[in-house]
Design a protein around this ligand. Sequence first.
Ligand SMILES: NC(=O)c1ccc[n+]([C@@H]2O[C@H](COP(=O)([O-])OP(=O)(O)OC[C@H]3O[C@@H](n4cnc5c(N)ncnc54)[C@H](O)[C@@H]3O)[C@@H](O)[C@H]2O)c1
Length: 272
Amino acid sequence: MRYDGQVAVITGAAGGIGGATAHLLAERGATVVLADLNGDGARDQAAKIGPSAWAAGCDTTDPDQVDGLFDTVVDRYGRIDLVFANAGWGSVGSVLDTSFDDWRRAFDVNVHGTFLTARAAAVRMVRHGTPGSIVVTSSTGAVVPTAMMAAYCSAKASLNMLVAVMAYELGAHDIRVNAVLPGVVSTPMTQAILAAGAEDHVLSNVPLGRLGVPADVARTVCYLLSDEAAYVTGTALVVDGGGAIPGAGWYTNDFRRRGATTWRLQRSRGAR
Ligand SMILES: NC(=O)c1ccc[n+]([C@@H]2O[C@H](COP(=O)([O-])OP(=O)(O)OC[C@H]3O[C@@H](n4cnc5c(N)ncnc54)[C@H](O)[C@@H]3O)[C@@H](O)[C@H]2O)c1
């Protein structure tokens, strides 16, 4: 997969998944624009990539900043081919304890920011008559209810529908739109929860037996952005080591051993 001559915009690019994706796209020949609320972090990442990268501070919840970013990219490079709308935000808390500020922030960053980014990109692709590919970062939380994360899951679920409708409308312009749904990936966003002991629980539910790393998601995003996925649009692609496979039944075992007879019932709710 090569992206020579193509221009890619990545939001949330100062973070784990966005940064890894920017690096991979640049390695494979793309010119990359790294945008983030944390402008210094984005500039640090761009400096590590080298001259094919440029960075800008941008709050994706602000329509003027998003439009300004995309206008600047067109002025500098004359085109936009690939967009990874990836900036995200989440908080943890039961529904009873979720403040309206947290609820609203989850929708501002994950839904409104992603909509503004994807729309700004699509408007310019259509205006210039260029085909394009847009990938949006959703989450397995969009399809598997995750207690203590109602706002985040609800916001990410709405992105899956945005992607489907955008893909339907933009197909006529040769613009593909897809979502990537990471499971638990080790990044600054999950550091605190993992450090608090969530890692063991996560690992016991991931058939591939490890946490995700940013490169796992970056490789999938690069596939969806590339011509290898030329006939793929409107999908929600899960990248989670199998963690979201639903209802694996009543029984479990040590599946690394053949012929094991140590099967046991799955842990019941409330068991420790
Ligand atoms: N890490 C995981 O386990 C996981 C799982 C599923 C989905 N995701 C999603 O992946 C995406 C990337 O997250 P990450 O894990 O790399 O976390 P991260 O915290 O490393 O990166 C998120 C980045 O988004 C930026 N950001 C936040 N609000 C912004 C705004 N308003 N405007 C511009 N940038 C903003 C942050 O500054 C940060 O650099 C997010 O959308 C997140 O919801 C992460």
